[in-house]
Design a protein around this ligand. Structure first.
Ligand SMILES: [Fe+2]
Length: 381
């Protein structure tokens, strides 16, 4: 079984797992043969990836069909590994299931099962620490299923990854992780007709939505095993560095570091999760939007760490450029990792480039990385 992006689905591929809509309805049964009609429907439903039979389990991005050129076959042989797993499918699925259960409990007025959430966070912390040598830690989760619950899990993973970069102890990682996992739990106390409304919200409706921060804090602070710093994430994750956020409009020094991390992870994941929609945002665009908000929406110090360590196109990864050329990343600009130096390998016509040719995307701003074809682990690890 392998997970592939829906735009890489080939006719007659067999579905290895059921596909559910955001509201939990069964859309496709396991064993179904996929076709173009269903690919279009999945895109309409906002589902970017599915599991199909064959290959190994993992968060794989299929490179099939990217380029039929002979050079591509060689590249595929050179880079046998696929996108590395930071988190196993089992841990991710369990995390999404637990978030779903907790959200449902909150909706029906039951208490949050914090022990289950703590176990999920513990598993994520352990796997992220064990896999921290794998490069591509942010990029490898950017094509996740856009189910409601996947977002909470993604924000949790991104936040813990950032906490690891910042040198947090395990205790702090757990504290950050549980607050990140449950940061939007207050949304379950917002009426469905507002929460699920399609189209723009009225000012009054937006005021209602804003209350999810306070409601979340109230829910989480009821639990003695959720620390105040973890609970504070729910009330502070929409506050901005310059004081223009909500609910209180507090400024930088009044916002806890955990909340600053989750604020960035929340926006980054929301931007990249929309890739199958008409207004698809590529990872480099999401990162550049976030970088542009430094000092306004986001704390520059926390953001710099998030961006510098994201290595969204790490050295050694193979990328396709907007020109159609394929190349290997040979250098990363730490301040702007979305614009690496790429050594060209195959041209847009699929022909091998034998002459040494490098392109620095910092100096060629009209060209960008269209997609990652493969990652590579850090040398020597
Ligand atoms: Fe939120």
């Amino acid at each position: 079984m392998k997970r592939i992006a829906i735009y890489n689905i080939k006719p007659e591929m067999i579905l290895a797992k059921e596909v559910y809509s955001r509201d939990g309805r069964l859309l496709l049964c396991k064993g179904s043969a996929l076709n173009q009609e269903w690919v279009d429907k999945l895109a309409d439903y906002g589902i970017p990836t599915v599991y199909v039979e064959g290959g190994s389990a993992g968060n794989e991005v299929s490179v099939e069909g990217s380029k039929p050129a002979k050079g591509m076959e060689e590249l595929k042989r050179m880079y046998q590994g696929n996108v590395p797993d930071m988190i196993t499918i089992e841990v991710r699925e369990e995390a999404e299931r637990v978030v779903q259960e907790i959200m449902q409990d909150v909706k029906t007025g039951r208490l949050i099962k914090t022990n289950k959430a703590r176990k999920v966070v513990e598993n994520i912390v352990t796997q992220l620490i064990n896999n921290r040598h794998i490069v591509g830690k942010l990029a490898d989760i950017r094509i996740l299923d856009d189910y409601t619950f996947a977002h909470s899990v993604n924000v949790c993973i991104l936040s813990i990854s950032t906490g690891i970069i910042m040198g947090y102890s395990k205790i702090r990682l757990r504290e950050l992780g549980i607050g990140a996992l449950l940061h939007d739990v207050g949304k379950m106390r917002i009426p469905d007709e507002i929460l699920n409304k399609r189209g723009p919200l009225t000012e009054k409706e937006f005021e209602e939505i804003k209350k999810h921060t306070i409601l979340g804090y109230e829910l989480l602070s009821e639990h003695p095993d959720i620390t105040s710093n973890a609970a504070r994430i729910s009330i502070q994750h929409h506050e901005c560095y310059n004081g223009s956020g909500y609910p209180w409009g507090v400024r930088d020094e009044e916002v806890h570091e955990y909340s600053k991390i989750v604020a960035i992870a929340d926006v980054y994941d929301a931007l990249t999760a929309d890739r199958v929609y008409k207004n698809a945002i590529l990872p480099y665009e999401a990162m550049e939007i976030i970088i542009a908000s430094s000092g306004y929406q986001f704390d520059p110090k926390t953001l710099r760490l998030f961006v510098e360590n994201s290595e969204i196109y790490p050295v050694g990864s193979t990328v396709e450029l907007s020109t159609g050329d394929v190349g290997m990343v040979v250098n990363v600009n730490r301040a702007l990792p979305t614009r690496p130096v790429v050594k060209l390998i195959i041209d847009a016509d699929g022909k091998d480039i034998t002459k040494e040719m490098q392109i620095d995307l910092m100096n060629n701003t009209t060209i960008f990385v269209k997609k990652i074809l493969n990652f590579r682990k850090k040398a020597g690890l």
